[in-house]
Ligand binder design. Structure first.
Ligand code: NAD
Length: 262
């Protein structure tokens, strides 16, 4: 479906990454102005360059979502440039280490929770303030199927995504009076892309009963666990975000949309 986002603005955290970029393109193609937020400024500037062909306003705002001040500054900058914020895709995230519970590194656990939970909270909070003063809007929090069924060797990541789904349910209730819908989206195996390559390599390296030691075989094992027997594409994730933000989803809030191939 082609949703109409002309004249609207979407703010995308993790806008330099694979899913952020695919979603930016999807919304730009449907007419939205795009505010990209990311820690990785050079990559974000490249994405902005690629978006030029859509002839929509684009802005880049360097921001570490774990720092509340950074998030506030980035939203302020985006609001100054665009004059409105209608949609927020709360998408920046980090996959974490791959290790069994008894070997999971303490510092990495903290890092995952800081980015995927505290960072998502900061963005959710400021997004709620802006959308509320703008009269309403929609937020999509990026969760994962790892937040529905805990995956092996990904203790912190799984925990963080369960938390994202929980925050989505509470925020949906808190913000319903202000015409702000809040949903989560949970992809499973998506690729090709950075996270797909990283997880097949690192799952192979853990040496657990769940996966082979050869990343190529791990790829096949993972794909064989998907009823549709293929990876989801980045565009298929972006389609889910577009649906949840669109008016077609006007009575859907607090929901976790699984984009998993079954
Ligand atoms: P990616 O690594 O390509 O993109 C993540 C982006 O987040 C990067 O550009 C990175 O610079 C940015 N980022 C990281 N920490 C940040 C911080 N502190 N502040 C600001 N930006 C920060 O990965 P992706 O596949 O595009 O993942 C996007 C989201 O989708 C993540 O939340 C991830 O957990 C989730 N997800 C991905 C998959 C997948 O298979 N790709 C599956 C399920 C969920």
């Amino acid at each position: 479906a082609t949703y109409q986002f002309a004249g609207k603005t979407i703010l995308i955290t993790g806008g330099a990454g694979d899913i952020g970029k695919a979603t930016a393109k999807r919304f730009a193609a449907n007419g939205a102005g795009i505010a990209l937020l990311d820690l990785n400024e050079p990559k974000m500037v490249d994405v902005a360059e690629e978006l030029k062909s859509y002839n929509v306003p684009v802005g880049t705002f360097r921001c570490d979502v774990t720092a509340a001040d950074d998030v506030t500054k980035a939203f302020t900058g985006a609001f100054e440039q665009f004059g409105r914020i209608d949609y927020v895709f709360n998408n920046a995230g980090y996959q974490g280490a791959f290790a069994k519970v008894d070997e999971y590194p303490d510092d990495d656990f903290q890092k995952v929770i800081n980015i995927n939970v505290v960072g998502v909270f900061h963005v959710l909070k400021v997004a709620a303030q802006y959308l509320r003063s703008g009269g309403g809007g929609a937020i999509v929090n990026m969760a994962s199927y790892a937040g529905v069924v805990g995956p092996p060797n990904m203790l912190a990541y799984g925990a963080s995504k369960f938390a994202v789904i929980g925050m989505t349910q509470t925020a949906a209730k808190d913000l319903a009076p202000y015409s702000i819908r809040v949903n989560a989206l949970s992809p499973a195996l998506i690729g090709p892309g950075f996270m797909w390559t990283r997880q097949t390599e690192l799952q192979a390296a853990v040496g657990s009963q769940y996966f082979d030691a050869d990343p190529k075989i791990v790829e096949q094992q993972m794909i064989n666990s998907v009823p549709m027997r293929r990876l989801g594409s980045l565009a298929e994730v972006a389609n889910g975000v577009a649906f949840l933000m669109s008016d077609e989803a006007s009575y859907i809030t607090g929901f976790n949309l699984e984009v998993t191939g079954g």
